[in-house]
Design a protein around this ligand. Sequence first.
Ligand code: ISE
Length: 338
Amino acid sequence: MTRVDTPIKIGVVGTGAIGQDHIKRIAEQIPGACVIGIADSDLARADMVAKKYQLEVFPDGESLIASPEVEAIIVASWDPSHAGYVRACIKSQKPVFCEKPLATSAEDCLAIISDELALGRKLVQVGFMRRYDPGYRELKAALDAEMIGSPLMVHCRHRNRVPGPQHTSEMNIKNSVIHEIDALRWLLNEEYRSAQVILPRRSRHAGQDLQDPQIVLLETESGTRIDVESFVSCQYGYDVQCEIVGEDGTLSLPDPAAIMTRKSGLRSFAIQQEWSERFVQAYFYEFQEWIASIRSGEILGPTAWDGYVSCVTADACNLARQQGGIVPITLIDRPSLY
Ligand code: ISE
C-alpha cells in the first residue's frame, strides 16, 4: 500500500507576480503541498488572489508566519522586507523559502545566519532557481566530471526585453546579475576574489537615469575570469547565455527547445520573452525539492550562506560601478553549518 502524506500547509507573504506564480504552481503542480493563507500590504490584491484560490487573508506577514496552521512560508514580498520575515520564520522554527535577494544588506544576511547558527539548523532556502534548470545542471555535471579540464573563462549574457517599473542601475546587478553570481560560484565550486564593472555607451532605450547595459567582471579565487553582460532593455526578448571555456574545450548553456519555422525565405526560432517562461521547469524542480526537504527535515537548496555571499558580491559590483576600479570581495569564515 502506498502511503499518502498529508499536504504541507504553506503561507505566502507577498502576492505580486512571483508570489502568484508560486501559489499557482503549488496548486496545480506540487501534490505534497497546499497554500492555505496569504498576506500582502496591498490588501485589495490579497483579496483578489484569495478569492481565486480560496485562501485565508492574514492582516500581515507576521501573523501569517505565527499562525499554528501554517507549517512553512514562502517570502515573495518587496525585497527590503525579506530579512524581517525570514527572521520571524526562524524564530517560529518554520522552514522558509525566500525569493532572492535574501536581504538587501550583508548585515541583514549575517543576522539571518546568526539566527540559524543559534538554532543549530538550517531553515532557509533562497530562490536561486537557476541551480534547478536542466541546462545549468548539465553544465554542472560536465564541469564536475572535468570534461573540459579546468575552467579558464566564463562569458555570460543576461538580457531582459524591457526593465520593470522603478528599475535602477543598481538593480541590474542586485536583481538580475545576482543569478549569475550565485549560479557561477555553484558551477565552479569556488568564491570570488574581486569585482569590476565596465560601462558601455548607454542604450537610447534605457530610462534617463539608467546605466544600461553594464559589463560585470568577476575573478574567482583560483583566477577564473567571468564576464557578465547585463542588458535589461535589449528589446528583443529574454535571453540568458553562458559559455565556459576550459583547457580542453568549451561548454555552452543550451537554449530552451523551440521549433524551427521555415517561412517566407527565413529559418527562425522563437525567443522567449519573460524569465518566468524561460525558467518554468527550474521553478517546478525547485519547489518539488523544497517540499520534499521540508518532509525530510534537511534543506538541500541554496542556503542563507549563499544568500549572504551573493549579497556581498553584488554590493562589491555596485561599488565598483560607482567608484570605478577593482573592488576586493571579502567574506566572513564559512560557518560549519553551511
Ligand atoms: C528578475 O527579478 C528575476 O529574478 C529574473 O530571473 C531575472 O532574470 C530578471 O532579470 C530579474 O529582474
